[in-house]
Write a protein that binds this ligand. Structure first.
Ligand SMILES: C[S@@+](CC[C@H](N)C(=O)[O-])C[C@H]1O[C@@H](n2cnc3c(N)ncnc32)[C@H](O)[C@@H]1O
Length: 325
């Protein structure tokens, strides 16, 4: 069909473009013949134009209905896409505006480490038989290891990102399965104390949704989370975080905090318009957090655990502080 239309289109062009030749030495008969031919040719020209016009009209209608392919439709799909978007389509970059990175522990814990070095500075007595809360637990690796190493009575990990909570639940199942296999090999009995009864994960934006009338905790962890709350909810969000933690702790309870330094805010300030805006307006810098927690929030004491922290991977050599209520 397309070929036929193209051919008749060429014919029409040829007819319009070629002039009828005229010659000086001609007889009357020849002139009459020429006139007849001219008339015939004109009527042929008209009928061809009519056919072409009709066919073009028909084709346009069919293209509109999508019954036949137009030139663009006949190109391979990739080429069509390239034409629509002349710049080659870039792979969509994932962004993590809350520090909700996938595979966070892949960056944090290098292959030569047997465990997260932060576990070495945490004290058993803060966890053994205690009810604990881990704010911003990401994929739950640290939460699970704390429960397993120190024997918490309960530990709840909360994270703003439901995908990370899903990862955490998967890690928990995987951890328990591996532990059961190891035990079976050692003792012949596959069942260990059930970590499923101790560790749980929940999606929650801690700044907005925690119901303060509910549970109280003996120990609350907030490791590498303050920057993300600060950048996303500003100074108000940070003060909300600190005061909620204080109210959720039992008297004598421990708050373990690993704040990111101000220089690391710079690197992430552009993850969203909100973070960029808060970065410009933040007044309370991480170097003031200790003073705020002691003087304004009401914690009694602080212990700096950083000095005993060794072997941390580059970029994660951060201060760890433990406050007592
Ligand atoms: C950099 S990761 C730290 C993970 C973990 N605490 C650690 O240090 O191993 C920060 C986590 O905090 C979570 N987060 C940020 N803002 C939060 C909020 N308002 N409520 C709960 N979780 C939050 C992010 O989704 C992310 O998983």
């Amino acid at each position: 069909m397309l070929k036929r239309v193209a051919a008749s289109f060429c014919l029409r062009k040829a007819i319009i473009i070629n002039p009828v030749h005229q010659c000086a030495n001609r007889t009357m008969g020849q002139d009459k013949d020429d006139l007849k031919k001219k008339r015939k040719s004109r009527s042929k020209e008209k009928s061809v134009e009519l056919v072409v016009a009709n066919e073009e009209k028909q084709m346009q209608q069919q293209q509109e209905k999508g019954e036949i392919a137009n030139e663009e439709n006949q190109k391979p799909k990739q080429q069509q896409q390239a034409n629509q978007n002349p710049k080659k389509k870039k792979k969509k970059q994932e962004s993590f505006p809350f520090g909700n990175y996938k595979n966070y522990y892949g960056y944090r814990i290098s292959n030569d480490m047997d465990e997260d070095p932060r576990l070495k500075v945490l004290k058993k007595e803060w966890f053994l038989g205690k009810d604990c809360l881990d704010i911003g637990c990401n994929s739950g690796v640290m939460t699970i290891h704390i429960a397993s190493k120190f024997g918490c009575r309960s530990i709840l990990g909360v994270d703003i990102d439901s995908s990370r909570v899903g990862d955490a639940q998967w890690h928990l199942r995987n951890f328990v399965r591996k532990q059961n296999h190891a035990n079976q090999a050692k003792t012949g009995s596959g069942e260990t104390k059930d970590l499923f009864q101790i560790v749980s994960f929940q999606k929650e934006n801690f700044v907005h949704t925690r119901n303060l009338d509910e549970n109280r905790y003996d120990t609350i962890l907030c490791l590498s989370v303050t920057k993300w709350i600060h950048l996303n909810w500003g100074d108000d969000g940070l003060i909300t975080l600190f005061s909620k933690i204080w109210r959720l702790l039992n008297p004598g309870g421990i708050f373990v905090m690993e704040p990111q330094p101000w220089k690391s805010y710079e690197k992430n300030r552009r993850v969203s318009e909100t973070t960029a805006m808060h970065h410009r307006t933040i007044v309370l810098r991480p170097e003031h957090f200790q003073e705020i927690l002691l003087d304004k929030i009401g914690f009694r004491t602080v212990e700096d655990l950083t000095s005993s922290l060794s072997g941390v991977s580059k970029g994660f050599d951060r201060q760890i502080l433990a406050f007592q209520k």
